[in-house]
Design a protein around this ligand. Structure first.
Ligand code: S3P
Length: 168
């Protein structure tokens, strides 16, 4: 089976940027589940959340992930931060791809997302506290899903890309 790399981690951990650089490096296709989701529903995720709620988002996100992983050929896949919440997604990711968890400290994520308005789960209130809560719930799920964890002391996109390339 052609190699598929999947990147998982909290919002702001650099999944999309790292995926773009890896795909350029290997000349592979790059797909982002959030982008596929938005083009499928024809609206930003934030608007979909307000209109239909999180459960509907997770249902469709699960379908989008399965479709992305069925694409033929080598691929770098950036995923939405909550993709690991569904057990079937965790299983599918591990089975169909080599999974890298981009681990980053909530303080650093909050700094990067200071002016973000796109992510519904981080709007209104203390983003750092929300990111800490998300990390508490999701870190074990990211670790369960991942073949590799890229630790937080690799802070730049280039350092993360280089580390991932060294594992392949
Ligand atoms: C989400 C993260 C977002 C997006 C949606 C939900 C989450 O993706 O899928 O807003 O539950 O953490 P990013 O991780 O790319 O921000």
């Amino acid at each position: 089976m052609p190699l598929k790399l999947a990147l998982i981690g909290l919002p702001g951990s650099g999944k999309s940027s790292v995926a773009k650089h890896l795909a350029q490096h290997y000349r592979w296709a790059q797909v982002d589940t959030d982008q596929v989701f938005e083009s499928r529903v024809g609206m930003p995720i934030r608007d979909f959340f307000s209109a239909h709620g999180e459960a509907a988002f997770r249902d469709l996100e699960t379908e989008v992930l399965a479709d992305c992983l069925q694409r033929p050929g080598p691929l770098v896949l950036a995923t939405g931060g909550g993709i690991v919440l569904r057990p079937e997604n965790r299983q599918l990711l591990r089975k169909q791809s080599l999974v890298f968890f981009l681990k980053q400290r909530p303080e650093e994520l909050a700094r990067r997302l200071k002016t973000d308005t796109k992510r519904p789960l981080l709007q209104g209130g203390d983003a750092l506290a929300k990111l800490r809560d998300l990390a508490g719930v999701r870190d074990p799920l990211y670790r369960q899903s991942a073949h590799y964890t890229v630790e937080a002391q690799r802070p730049t996109v280039a350092a993360v890309v280089q580390w991932i390339c060294m594992q392949l």
